[in-house]
Design a protein around this ligand. Structure first.
Ligand SMILES: [Zn+2]
Length: 112
């Protein structure tokens, strides 16, 4: 996938009607005067695992922050008593899931 993208200049794309390179923000092709559909997120998103890495890191951060507060390390005592089950099992599982997801994404990027 990467090869076709790297040949394109930044913020440029091909007109779907005449194939001419046009600026990303244009809504009309300057060459053939056709209305160009806006760039969809799905089209621009890459399947190289970057999204998986980001989501995995988010999970890890979420678990770490939740663990930090639930364990009382921050000096806060939560208004509700957090069950030990949550801090002992759920948060490590969430952390490991995030770790696995980011590793999976990293592996996909290496392979791509
Ligand atoms: Zn065109």
């Amino acid at each position: 996938m990467a090869a076709s993208y790297q040949t394109l200049p930044a913020n440029k794309r091909h007109c779907p009607f005449c194939g001419v390179l046009i600026a990303m923000n244009l809504s009309q092709c300057p060459s053939c005067r056709e209305a160009v559909p806006p760039v969809s997120v799905a089209y621009r998103s890459s399947p190289d695992g970057r999204r998986a890495i980001r989501r995995g890191l988010l999970y890890m951060l979420l678990a770490a922050v939740a663990y930090y507060f639930a364990s009382g390390y921050g000096g806060y005592s939560l208004p509700i008593q957090v069950k030990p089950l949550v801090t002992d099992y759920l948060l490590p599982v969430l952390f490991l899931a995030g770790l696995g997801l980011s590793l999976y994404g990293a592996f996909q990027r290496i392979r791509a």
